[in-house]
Write a protein that binds this ligand. Structure first.
Ligand code: ARG
Length: 467
């Protein structure tokens, strides 16, 4: 007999049972479900809806089930559809008919919303933790490479020299915005839906604040219909997650490129690479490749949920059961990617000489020569043309700008003096960019300090966030 079997005259078709059950995946919410039920039953007692002894029996029953779940002694059944009814059935088996009082004043509609809020709230904090640890690893690497200079690229063509620390700090900014976005969406995740009932609220004198307090929620839903049909916080979560994956993928792509022999800028730690079954020489960057490859599924989960929600009338519709697998997979995919990227960055061997060699080639200081002329009163457009010609000359002679003689410079433009050789050295070129958010050493060092403070603040936030 189903828990809802009263008005039915036939057993459920076997295929229907299999098709509609969510227990194969929503058993992942078992902890949240029991935690929510414990808070609910205590509230029912405090509100005089159940007696103290009923509360005691149900509480002990739930705690017993919790223990059995932890010990993996519980078998869930698709006959009971989802985690909520499986737990209720186990409770009734455990403590007898009084277990049937647990669901007083509650529906699975507000119950599943509560479970998902609890799950996503904890996951949000865990992701912020993972992101912050990754930021810490990137900042440490940046600090070790303030004085490593490589070509910066636009269009994947050598553009201007940058400090490697500066390059890594760009990712620290990206992941910092990800932290901010998650912290902002956390406010909406941290909202308590229980008490909405199936749709319209409760006829019992429930005290939702007690449940919210016990579970550490800072706000309550103010409209019961919204409470049971809101999945916005899941869309926000998936959207934040998609962007984090995109950021991880961009970093992965650079690690893959840089570790190719063609670039030769970094070497990934052996422990983070794999070999080829056929080619003995191969060391493949499988981890960043897989992270890059897994972006699609996370973006897909976001698109999928939005599509599911698009034309749903208020309030709960069974379609919403489709929200779960994508969320679980997203949490797992991201947690895995973050957990791997931080140590991969830490273990990165940086080939400073190769970076410098490439920064010295490729005329990455050509802009600086043009700007040098501008400081001598030459209009920028004219300076641009003069340097363009010099670059062409050097290309033909297989030289860099620093190989030219003073006489060659002065033939190109009489305003060029002896100090040009100092001015075009990589250190001076990068340090000249001290205005605004540039790659000058002093700026990079300053930003590293600032990021360390942000990271400390994020860890403090994690310390007081509710999970
Ligand atoms: N298994 C359902 C879900 O995941 C729980 C809510 C079911 N509510 C209902 N009235 N069928 O969405």
């Amino acid at each position: 007999m189903k828990l809802w079997g009263g008005r039915f005259t036939k057993p459920t078709n076997q295929l229907v049972e299999e098709y509609t059950a969510s227990i194969p995946f929503d058993q992942r919410l078992v902890e949240e479900d029991i935690r929510g039920s414990l808070a609910h039953v205590r509230m029912l007692g405090a509100s005089g809806i159940l007696t103290a002894s009923e509360v005691d029996t149900i509480t002990k029953g739930l705690e017993q089930i919790q223990k059995r779940v932890l010990a993996k002694e519980v078998e869930f059944s698709i006959a009971h559809e989802d985690i909520h009814m499986n737990i209720e059935k186990l409770l009734i088996d455990e403590v007898g008919p009084v277990g049937g009082k647990l669901h007083t004043g509650r529906s699975r509609n507000d119950q599943v919303a509560l479970d998902m809020h609890l799950f996503v709230r904890r996951s949000t904090v865990e992701l912020i933790q993972g992101l912050t640890e990754l930021r810490r690893a990137l900042v440490a690497k940046a600090e070790a490479h303030v004085d490593t200079i490589l070509p910066g690229y636009t269009h994947l063509q050598r553009a201007q020299p940058v400090r490697f620390g500066h390059h890594l700090l760009a990712y620290v900014e990206m992941f910092g915005r990800d932290v901010e976005r998650l912290q902002d969406s956390y406010k909406r995740v941290d909202t308590m839906p229980l008490g909405a009932g199936a749709i319209a609220g409760s006829t019992f004198p429930i005290q939702r604040e007690l449940v919210a307090d016990e579970l550490g929620f800072s706000r309550l839903y103010e409209n019961s219909m919204d409470a049971v049909s809101d999945r916005d916080y899941l869309v926000e979560f998936l959207s934040c997650a998609s962007l984090i994956m995109v950021h991880l993928s961009r970093l992965s792509e650079e690690l893959i490129l840089w570790s190719s022999e063609e670039f030769g800028y970094v070497e990934l730690d052996d422990a983070f690479c794999t070999g080829s079954s056929m080619m003995p020489q191969k060391k493949n960057p499988d981890v960043p490749e897989l992270i890059r490859g897994k972006v699609g599924r996370v973006i897909g989960h976001g698109v999928s949920l939005l599509t599911t929600l698009k034309a749903l009338p208020l309030t709960y519709n069974k379609d919403m059961q489709e929200d779960k697998e994508g969320i679980f997979d997203t949490v797992d995919t991201l947690a895995g990617a973050l957990a791997l990227t931080a140590p991969m960055v830490e273990g990165l061997k940086v080939k400073e000489e190769r970076m410098r060699e490439n920064a010295e080639g490729g005329f990455t200081n050509a802009t600086d020569l043009a700007e040098y002329l501008v400081t001598k009163g030459v209009p920028f457009r004219e300076a641009h043309a003069v340097v363009g010609k010099l670059v062409l000359h050097c290309l033909e002679a297989n030289q860099s700008l620093l190989d030219l003689t003073l006489a060659e410079y002065q033939a190109a433009h009489p305003a060029i003096e002896e100090d040009i050789f100092h001015r075009l050295s990589l250190e001076v070129v990068t340090d000249a960019r001290s205005a605004g958010c540039g790659t000058a050493r002093e700026r990079v060092v300053e930003v590293i300090q600032k990021k360390k403070e942000e990271i400390d603040e994020a860890f403090a936030w994690i310390g007081y966030a509710q999970t």
